[in-house]
Design a protein around this ligand. Structure first.
Ligand code: PMT
Length: 400
């Protein structure tokens, strides 16, 4: 797979690194990509439309209006692109992007884009380190955009530090890697719902009952399903993990009840459901409205059963293919098979806390997969690789 034929929209904003965009255009065109350049009005101080259009072989736009009284449709430009890269992305353009300040053609096009968005920031080192820039980059990442970090070296100001736009070759390689990674679109047209992370059950405004789930397993599954072309609905309990693909729609919840309600908002519309969340089985019967004081030597909380989300999904199953997880510490296979039957699942993924490197928090997991008729055991692997194994198995069962 190459980038030949891919439509790449380059949005140039007003920084000295804009001169490097000529090289980026050349790399992309050489590899057969179709390149369209747009620019902010300020970028025109740094590079000319003539040089950019000569290389890209297309007119370059920086304004909504043309001299003939017609207009440049930001919507058409945005929908045309298979990928949009904002490079160089100045602190100003970044701030406008994440806050929806739509005062030029680049931002209007960005806000109409449905394709993956890459950002190659470039600015002076103090601006790059500023908390507002860091926050804005985090926000952009949380929107599912890919950040190609600035590199360190001598800056236009004469200062030395991080802030130089990544080299055009690095940007072009990352774009190519993205298209390569996403070339398997085996789940295109499918909607996959994934639960992830722990649930927190409030005791009072300060305390809760929770567990050690980090969300890593569920987020890796979401990422892999999205790369395979699925529309992913990720319903996550409290987790520090971030989504990294624009096909993922994330819904954050706290308690099991909230997770239950969110799952059933979408359940009818999904094709595949994967329950990797570590849902609390019990929740306090009463939640104290004020912080509970430590007056007594002992203290009890009455717990009541939470709804079993996956079991209810199994009971209401029509066309959906359902995958459960079983986290066990003893009689692993027996318990996993019991859950496969009781919850009316198509497949269950067993991970045991007796296997080193498996289960909670780790970046790795070791799994066994069971269906009604099949069983497969896997080695200890990164959670990204485990997600690939699980989805390969799902595809073999579901798409056969
Ligand atoms: O998040 P990480 O740190 O990466 O860790 C990943 C993980 C260990 C949490 C994950 O791999 C895992 O095993 N998730 C399921 C944990 C669990 O709660 O297992 P269980 O055997 O108690 O539950 C069985 C299945 O029913 C699970 O699919 C669970 O999501 C679901 N369930 C359980 C209770 C409940 N009330 N509702 C549910 O949907």
């Amino acid at each position: 797979m190459t980038i030949a034929g891919k439509k790449i929209l380059i949005a140039v904003s007003g920084g000295i690194a804009a001169y490097k965009i000529h090289f980026l255009i050349r790399y992309l065109i050489k590899k057969g990509a179709d390149v369209q350049v747009i620019m902010t009005p300020d970028a025109e101080h740094f590079v000319t439309k003539l040089s950019l259009s000569t290389l890209s072989k297309k007119p370059v736009y920086s304004d909504f209006y043309t001299e003939n009284g017609t207009w440049n449709s930001h919507v058409e430009l945005a929908l045309w692109a298979d990928l949009m890269i904002v490079a160089p992305c100045t602190a100003n353009t970044l701030a406008k992007m994440v806050n929806g300040i739509c005062d030029n053609l680049v931002i209007a096009t960005y806000m109409s884009a449905k394709c993956p968005v890459f950002i190659a920031p470039a600015m002076d080192l103090d601006m790059y380190q500023h908390p507002s820039t860091k926050k804005n980059l985090d926000l952009a990442e949380s929107f599912g955009h890919t950040i190609i970090p600035a590199e360190s070296g001598e800056l236009a100001s004469g200062l030395i530090g991080q802030g130089r736009m990544a080299e055009p070759e690095t940007i072009s390689t990352q774009i190519e890697a993205f298209f390569n990674e996403n070339s398997n679109q085996s789940l295109d047209g499918k909607t996959v719902l994934i639960t992830a992370g722990p649930t927190y059950e409030a005791i009072d405004p300060v305390r809760f009952i929770g567990n050690h789930s980090s969300g890593k397993m569920g987020f890796s599954l979401a990422d892999e399903a999205a790369k395979r072309g699925a529309k992913v609905i990720l319903i996550s309990g409290p987790s520090a993990e971030k989504v990294s693909h624009q096909n993922i729609e994330i819904h954050k919840v706290v308690s099991a009840k909230e997770m239950f309600d969110k799952v059933f908002e979408f359940y009818e519309t999904i094709d595949i459901g994967i329950a990797s969340a570590a849902v609390a089985d019990y929740t306090p019967k009463m939640v104290a409205s004020e912080k509970i004081k430590k007056n007594d030597e002992s203290f009890s909380i009455e717990l009541i059963k939470n709804p079993d989300i996956l079991k209810t999904m199994g009971e209401q199953k029509k066309h959906q293919f359902l995958v459960g997880f079983a986290l066990e510490t003893q009689n692993e296979e027996e318990n996993a098979l019991g859950k496969l039957h009781k919850k009316n699942l198509d497949m269950i993924v067993l991970n045991s806390l007796r296997d080193e490197g498996a289960g909670f928090k780790n970046d790795t997991n070791k799994i066994k997969i069971f269906t009604q008729t099949d069983k497969k055991e896997f080695d200890l692997k990164s959670k990204e690789s485990v997600a690939k194994d699980i989805l390969d198995f799902v595809e073999n069962q579901y798409l056969k």
